[in-house]
Design a protein around this ligand. Structure first.
Ligand code: PGA
Length: 252
C-alpha cells in the first residue's frame, strides 16, 4: 500500500495493488467507526465497487464483531422510475449484497423511492430525512467514469439537495452491463445532492479499474469543478480515497 498526499490537497489517497486489498482496507475503516457508536448512521453506495466491502461487513457481522441492529442506513440514490421489487433496483441490490445478510432492521433502511408518483415530492421527502439527521457518520462512495458521486452527473453547478437527475449517456452505457439491454436502463434517478454528501462526518471513496483513472485524476488533482462532481470532495473535512493501482494510474 502506498499513501499519497498531494501539495495543497488536505486528504490521504491510499493505493493498493488490488481491488480486494483496497476494499478490505476501506472495510476496516467502516468497522472501526461502527464500533465507536452503536447508533451509527451509515451512508451507502451501489454499483460493483462496494460489493467486496459489503461482503467484508457481512463477515464481520456474522463473526459478531459488529452489529447493525441500531444502525440506520442512507443510500445515495435509486433509479427513477423503478419498482423497488425489480431486481435491478438499488434497493434490491442492497438487499442482495448487504441488507439480507446482516441484522439491520428493515425500518432503519433509507433510500429514495423509485416508485413514488411525484419524483420532486419524493426528493423533498428524502432530503428532509437527511436534514433531520444532520449528516451521516460515514459515507461510502464509488465514482462514475464521468466523475459522478451518487448520481450527481457532470453539470454546470453542484446541486446540493436531493433531486431528480437525467443520467448521462456514459452512465447508461456503464450501467447497461447490469441489464438485459441498454434500452432497459432507466434514464433518470433520484440522488442525494452534493450537500448531503458534504454533510457526512467522514467520506471514503473506493475506485478500481482503468476506466476510473481519468475521473480519479480530475477528482483528486483537478481544480474543483461540477464537471467532475467528485472534485467537491476536495473541500470535505474528512475524506480518504482507496484505490487500486489501475484507478490510480493517472495520479502516480
Ligand atoms: P460502479 O459504479 O461501482 O459499478 O463502477 C460506481 C458509480 O457509478 O458510482
Amino acid at each position: 500500500m502506498k499513501r499519497l498526499v498531494f501539495p495543497g490537497k488536505n486528504f490521504p489517497v491510499y493505493v493498493f495493488d488490488t481491488y480486494e486489498e483496497a476494499s478490505l482496507a476501506a472495510a476496516e475503516v467502516v468497522v472501526s467507526e461502527m464500533k465507536k457508536k452503536p447508533e451509527f448512521l451509515l451512508g451507502l453506495a451501489t454499483g460493483s465497487t462496494p460489493v467486496r466491502l459489503y461482503r467484508a461487513l457481512i463477515e464481520k457481522c456474522r463473526a459478531g464483531e459488529i452489529s447493525f441492529s441500531r444502525v440506520k442506513t442512507y443510500n445515495l440514490d435509486e433509479y427513477y422510475p423503478i419498482d423497488p421489487k425489480n431486481e435491478q433496483s438499488f434497493l434490491a441490490f442492497m438487499k442482495a449484497n448487504l441488507f439480507d445478510h446482516v441484522d439491520l432492521p428493515k425500518e432503519n433502511i433509507h433510500i429514495p423511492n423509485g416508485a413514488a408518483t411525484d419524483p420532486a415530492a419524493e426528493a423533498v421527502r428524502y432530503e428532509e430525512e437527511l436534514l433531520a439527521i444532520g449528516g451521516v457518520d460515514l459515507q461510502v462512495l464509488g465514482i462514475g467514469s464521468d466523475g459522478h458521486i451518487g448520481f450527481n452527473e457532470p453539470a454546470d453547478e453542484f446541486i446540493l439537495p436531493t433531486h431528480l437527475v437525467t443520467l448521462t449517456e456514459q452512465t447508461i452505457n456503464d450501467n447497461s452491463r447490469f441489464f438485459r439491454a441498454k434500452s432497459d436502463v432507466p434514464t433518470h434517478a433520484l440522488t442525494m445532492g452534493v450537500g448531503a454528501i458534504m454533510r457526512a462526518k467522514k467520506c471514503i471513496l473506493i475506485a478500481n479499474g482503468k476506466n476510473k483513472a481519468e475521473a480519479i485524476r480530475g477528482a483528486i488533482l483537478g481544480d474543483p469543478t461540477p464537471k467532475n462532481q467528485a472534485s467537491a470532495l476536495q473541500f470535505h473535512r474528512d475524506v480518504a480515497f482507496y484505490l487500486d493501482k489501475d484507478a490510480a494510474s493517472e495520479i502516480l
